[in-house]
Ligand binder design. Structure first.
Ligand code: ADP
Ligand code: MG
Length: 302
């Protein structure tokens, strides 16, 4: 069969335009993952997940402790291989041992504890660690460090000591370390959990910018509902299954269902709900500004 590089080229040749589906960043097909636990026996950490994440998407993954979020993350970057089913990352099968290296390069992971993620005593050496490990030529590493530090707003800390930085700054350095490997996907596994509100804001701003400006696919595992609101899509996990999948607004409008998965609402949405129950018609608000406006509007109506 003849190949055409664009749809219009095909059309010119009189071939019916056939929009080719782009290769998804991540694809789970009926994936199961079990741990063999001495005490618990076989634990189905991921239990029949089918999920597609498009390139450039910003997805929040929610779910109570033990719902399978970290296992899902490790399945994506080939740290774990499915017990059943298939995981592909940009079309590469994670079960193929020969592809593991490439998959790990394309799906970078940032973890929870900022103190466990620095390896060197100077920031730039820390950021260099990843690219050095994958054999990036020495001349290129300097440029990668510059670009990565710039992207996370930490340029001026290039020669600083990681241990002296704030939690938010340390996590931004961890993100820079991943960026220096030039991944296409950034997975953050509760990377804001140990940070103060300012540090959380810093990390979220960096992540949003990477998604918007570099088209980075972002998978943000979080237990902060407010953070999920900043994603374009939210996926809820419960007992190893994906039980909800939609825009954050759609997810948070289903408060009763969320409650059955032991999840709460973003603060503003929660207050909104209580006000509605008390007879004040405030509609749906998801942040403080929207809530204030809704209350004002409702009061003015009298
Ligand atoms: P989450 O990140 O949502 O808290 P995890 O993916 O860490 O969930 O865990 C999912 C399930 O798998 C839990 O029941 C957990 O106890 C179990 N689990 C996770 N890691 C291991 C392990 N190394 N050995 C045995 N069981 C595990
Ligand atoms: Mg976890």
């Amino acid at each position: 069969m003849e190949e055409f590089t664009t749809v219009s080229e095909a059309a010119e040749e009189g071939v019916p335009a056939q929009a080719e589906a782009p290769v998804p960043a991540v694809r789970f097909e009926n994936v199961k993952y079990t741990y063999d636990d001495d005490e618990e026996g076989t634990v189905f950490a991921v239990n029949g997940v089918t999920l597609t994440i498009r390139a450039g998407e910003f997805v929040a993954v929610l779910g109570r402790n033990g719902s399978g979020k970290s296992t899902l993350a490790k399945l994506i970057n080939a740290l774990l291989r499915p017990t059943e089913g298939k995981v592909t990352v940009f079309g590469l099968d994670t079960a193929d041992a020969k592809k593991a290296f490439e998959i790990r390069k394309s799906a970078g992971m940032v973890f929870q504890n900022p103190d466990n993620q620095t390896v060197a005593s100077v920031v730039e050496d820390d950021v260099a660690f990843g690219p050095e490990n994958i054999g990036v030529p020495r001349e290129e590493i300097g440029e990668r460090i510059t670009a990565a530090l710039e992207a996370v707003g930490m340029t001026e800390f290039r020669h600083a000591t990681p241990s002296r930085l704030s939690g938010g700054q340390k996590q931004r350095i961890a993100i820079a370390g991943v960026l220096a490997i030039q991944p296409k996907i950034m997975i953050l596994d509760e990377s804001t959990a140990m940070l103060d509100p300012k540090g959380r804001r810093e990390v979220m701003d960096v992540v949003k910018k990477l998604n918007k400006e570099q088209g980075m696919t972002v998978i943000l595992i979080t237990h902060f509902m407010e953070e999920a609101l900043e994603a374009e899509r939210a996926v809820v996990m419960h007992r190893g299954e994906v039980v909800m999948d939609g825009t954050p607004e759609e997810i948070f409008a289903r408060a009763d269902e969320l409650e059955t998965y032991n999840l709460t609402l973003p603060r503003a949405a929660y207050i909104c709900r209580r006000l509605q129950e008390a007879g004040m018609p405030v509609g749906n608000a998801f942040n403080a500004e929207e809530l204030a406006e809704a209350i004002c509007a409702s009061l003015q109506k009298g």
